[in-house]
Design a protein. Structure first.
Lengths: 393, 561
């Protein structure tokens, strides 16, 4: 072979090698020798926060944000925490979300510990730049129809000595044979409690853990606490007063009033967004109480750290998180019945549903109360199993 | 020979180029092609919109199609393909991945759907995911106004015992509720059990088993003329078309009363809200968390539920005679059809009964099977020559389905065939004991000869009459594909009056009513004649053909079990 021919061949081979490498890298997951022009952030969001996140994503997308030269598009997929946790544990997502906005950090930790073991790495981080971080808040509160509240308040006046109703009085009302013995009227029947379905709504399981906190009078409970026969007996007495464990128990209380429930443990944002309709359909006002200890839903924004997510996607997710946490967007939480997570943004302002319905007892400043700490995963599993055995068979 | 090395080098270069350039390109091209559809639940329409396939129960067809029509008109990204499906098919097809979402008539089915899903694979979570509601309707007793007034309507609150008392005092009063295989039937039965145990909450397995509860339910159930398996749109169509009333009262959802009254020119129906309380048909929209579900479908579902619950759509719900799920829409709205002029009362029901847990519902269904009014049923089958071939083969399948569906522990079934002569193939006996015999006899039916239809029906009625079992529903289910031409005991004629007279004579002597459900099988059958026959016994006739006969017999079986 002559030298020019050899040189030509070497040149051709070199070009081919470079071109092949470029195409190969582009095709590989996360490959980016040439930077992509677009990047999508897929957010799986808990249902109470989803309308707010979707509205924020719409504005964000319209503003044309870019990260490392790539235009960012945010997509929001509504999914309750129980379904999402199940999908994480089985790696059963059609497209792995870039971000999970769960109801509480508790659920994120559960998903992480379920998956980290098999993968040998954390998929959500508790520290550092990519740590999960709450972006909105909403507590679980008591909603009690006024006539029932007044009767209970009077009946338990001595025990309360100036304080407000708590899980203990609700429990005592639950085991009373009828409203008559509680100072109510004959036609009210028996006291009826409402809590979300614990197998369908994370707020249901949270309510049961909150009840445990009240039973033990502390803001943290262990697996032993939750499986203690004494507590389970007390809890059974309480939950036996729930008349509607259908998936629509909470909605039914608002639709059908006290024929379905006299008092409910319900997430504040759900009540706030339904309050206007409630006033039209059901004339009697509700009284809102903040329990102690109190359960907060903090909607942590958790970026998925698995290898399926590229660095660009992670950075784009980070950019949207900063956007959600900006003062301007934090203020919009109030219109959706949520509270800002940023300590710099007050829980009051234009369009605040809390302010609008303050007359019902909603408070911008939640009364001082211990925050319920997450229960251990094994305890939650036991509680869930106990519920199934008692109420679903 | 000197050229060979150069050729080799070129070949190597070409191969290298292919491996490094063409192969990745090919892989890219192949991997970026359209995704194979993983399920019939999802597809795209001609406008490129993602189509969500949603199954819904038939009774709300008008409402559902109207809402879906509006959604498809207004939404740019998603479209809904609404599929009207009977409840039994909906649940099995949901498990097979035919739908991305379903809207059954009641949430009562969702527990069993989850259970069946997990029975297939214990490691699975629930198949029922996000839930929403857009329309509700309470379960009521729909009664003709004149009949309701005899029970004290509208001044008196009427309960289940009043209904049973009316039927006991007047043997011509006929009422029915759907079989507990339907949501309305199961909810009505649940309400009966609540009433029987004097409870309005926390119905338990112990309550169901209490002797006093069982006595009450048995007494009420023994006054039922028949059960029903028809969907409410079939009931409505029949009510609007029938020349003669077959029932004085029946259980349905409130919306049926509204829909009927808006269309009829005759006497109106009124809704009786049982004073002991009632339950809701709540028409949930349920996303199915199958492996076929993609994020886009979830978003489409969310848009659909938000749209269905928007104020404009909720007003449509109200116009169609349902109660809106949106609290913001008042029942006093000008568009509301929930008004006394339509036979319903917006202030009712006063007492709402909660749905028991899945486990209690299963026990309740089993308890009802033992307490319901048992039936004596003669299946009467045409085996004349015209039935030969595929027609008879399909008819045999249908008869076997009927026998398989009768599950009541004390129901009795017998089989009579007729051609030129009448032949009792299997005498009446408890279905638990003679199921095998019935199925063998059905399989052995052979077609030949003429059509002694009247003799076949009369022979069955005569046998039932001889037993004098008035505590049971006594029924003849007759199928024929042709016209009467060979009877000898009853005068053979195209006019069924001679048979009707013979049946009346039997009833006059014994006081025992025998119901004759007639099935006109194929286009040669004389439906008008069969309709006269059935209506003379205050029930209805049905049309069937080889394609639909199995479904029809499945439906007929629900009238008795």
């Amino acid at each position: 072979m002559r030298a020019p021919t050899r040189l030509l061949l070497v040149l051709v081979a070199g070009v081919v090698l470079i071109a092949g490498a470029i195409v190969w890298r582009q095709a590989a997951p996360g490959g980016s020798l040439a930077k992509p022009r677009d990047v999508t952030v897929r957010i799986v969001s808990a249902l109470p926060a989803e309308p707010w996140v979707t509205a924020a994503a719409k504005t964000y997308n319209a503003q044309g944000h870019a990260v490392d030269g790539a235009k960012v598009t945010v997509e929001v997929v509504p999914m309750d925490g129980i379904t999402a946790l199940n999908r994480w544990s089985k790696n059963d997502f059609d497209q792995i979300p870039t971000v999970w906005l769960a109801e509480t950090r508790d659920w994120v930790n559960q998903a992480n510990s379920l998956v980290a073991e098999s993968r040998g790495q954390d998929i959500f981080l508790a520290g550092g730049e990519y740590r999960d971080q709450p972006v909105a808040l909403s507590p679980e509160v008591w909603a009690i129809f006024k006539s029932r509240y007044d009767a209970l308040k009077e009946h338990y006046a001595k025990d309360l000595s100036g304080r407000d109703l708590s899980w203990q009085q609700i429990h005592d009302a639950a085991i009373s044979p009828s409203w008559v013995t509680l100072g109510g009227q004959q036609e009210w029947g028996r006291f009826k409690l409402v809590i979300p379905h614990p197998k369908r709504d994370p707020a249901g399981l949270a309510a049961m853990v909150g009840a445990a906190g009240a039973y033990y009078d502390r803001a943290g409970v262990s697996t032993d606490d939750l499986t203690n026969p004494g507590f389970q007996k007390w809890l059974r007495e309480l939950l036996d007063s729930v008349v509607d464990f259908s998936p629509f128990g909470v909605e039914n209380m608002l639709l059908f009033g006290y024929s379905n429930g006299d008092a409910g443990q319900i997430i504040e944002s759900y009540l706030l967004v339904n309050m206007e309709g409630l006033q039209k359909r059901w004339k009697e006002p509700l009284v809102i109480l903040y329990p102690d200890p109190i359960t907060w839903f903090d909607f942590p924004y958790a970026i998925y750290m698995g290898k399926e997510t590229t660095a660009l996607e992670k950075n784009a997710a980070l950019d949207f998180k900063q956007y959600l946490l900006s003062a301007e967007v934090q203020k919009t939480t109030l219109k959706f019945g949520l509270r800002p997570a940023s300590p710099d943004v007050p829980a009051q302002g234009e369009g605040s549903l809390i302010a609008r319905w303050a007359g019902m007892g909603f408070k911008e400043d939640v009364p001082s109360a211990s925050r319920m700490r997450p229960a251990p995963r094994s305890g939650l599993a036991s509680l869930s199993e106990w519920f199934t055995g008692r109420y679903e068979r | 020979m000197r050229n060979r090395p150069r050729t080799n080098v070129v070949a190597i270069v070409v191969a290298l180029a292919f491996v490094l350039v063409l192969a990745p390109i090919l892989m890219l091209v192949l991997s970026s092609g359209p995704e194979p559809s993983s399920s019939a639940a999802v597809s795209k329409d001609d406008k490129g919109r993602l189509v969500l396939t949603v199954a819904y129960s038939p009774e709300k067809a008008q409402l559902f199609e109207r809402l879906v029509g509006e959604f498809n008109k207004q939404n740019q990204r998603y479209a809904i393909r609404a599929v009207k499906v009977d409840m039994t098919d909906m649940l099995s097809q949901a498990l097979e991945g035919s739908y991305a979402a379903i809207s059954p008539d009641s949430a009562i089915w969702l527990g069993s759907l989850d259970q069946q899903w997990q029975d297939q694979d214990a490691s699975r979570a629930n198949i029922v995911g996000s839930l929403s509601r857009f329309a509700l309707s309470p379960v009521v007793v729909a009664a003709w106004q004149s009949e309701a007034q005899k029970m004290g309507y509208p001044g008196k609150a009427i309960g289940w015992a009043d209904l049973a008392g009316r039927a006991t005092a007047d043997s011509s009063f006929r009422w029915s509720h759907p079989s507990s295989t339907t949501a309305a039937g199961l909810l009505a039965t649940t309400a009966e059990f609540y009433a029987a145990s004097s409870k309005t909450v926390r119905l338990t397995g112990e309550d169901l088993a209490a002797p006093a509860t069982q006595d009450f339910v048995r007494k009420v159930e023994r006054t039922v003329q028949q059960y029903g398996g028809e969907s409410e749109d079939q009931v409505l169509a029949r009510l609007l078309s029938q020349r003669q009333r077959t029932l004085d009262a029946f259980v349905a959802q409130e919306s049926l009363v509204v829909r009927f009254n808006r269309q009829t020119k005759g006497e109106k129906l009124v809704a009786i809200y049982p004073r002991e309380g009632t339950l809701w048909m709540d028409h949930p929209l349920a996303l199915l968390e199958g492996p076929w579900l993609k994020p886009e479908h979830r978003r489409a579902f969310q848009e659909m539920t938000d749209f269905f619950r928007s104020p404009a759509m909720q007003r449509i719900v109200l116009q169609e005679g349902y109660r809106p799920a949106d609290l913001g829409i008042s029942l006093d709205d000008p568009d509301s059809q929930i008004k006394t002029a339509n036979g319903v009362d917006p202030a009712q029901p006063q007492t709402l009964l909660p749905m028991p847990s899945y486990g209690v519902l299963e026990s309740l269904r089993n308890a009802w099977m033992l307490l319901k009014r048992p039936a004596n049923i003669y299946l009467v089958a045409d085996t004349s020559g015209s039935m030969e071939g595929d027609k008879l083969a399909r008819a045999k399948e249908a008869l076997n389905i009927f026998v398989g569906q009768v599950r009541g522990g004390s129901d009795r079934v017998g089989l009579i065939s007729f051609a030129s002569d009448v032949r009792e193939e299997v005498p009446l006996a408890d279905v638990g004991q003679n199921k095998d015999r019935l199925q063998a006899a059905i399989d052995n039916l052979r077609a030949s000869g003429n059509t002694a239809l009247y003799d076949g029906v009369y022979s069955a009625a005569e046998r039932l009459d001889a037993l004098r079992q008035s505590d049971r529903i006594n029924v003849v289910v007759v199928m024929t594909d042709g016209k009467e031409n060979a009877s000898r005991r009853v005068r053979s004629s195209s006019d069924p009056q001679s048979l009707i007279n013979s049946l009346r004579s039997l009833q006059t002597r014994s006081g025992l009513p025998v119901l004759v459900f007639a099935v006109a099988y194929g286009s040669d059958a004389d439906f008008t004649m069969l309709q006269r026959l059935s209506e003379a016994t205050r029930v209805q006739a049905y049309r069937g053909d080889p394609e639909t006969i199995k479904k029809l017999y499945q439906l007929l079986s629900a009238f008795f079990s």
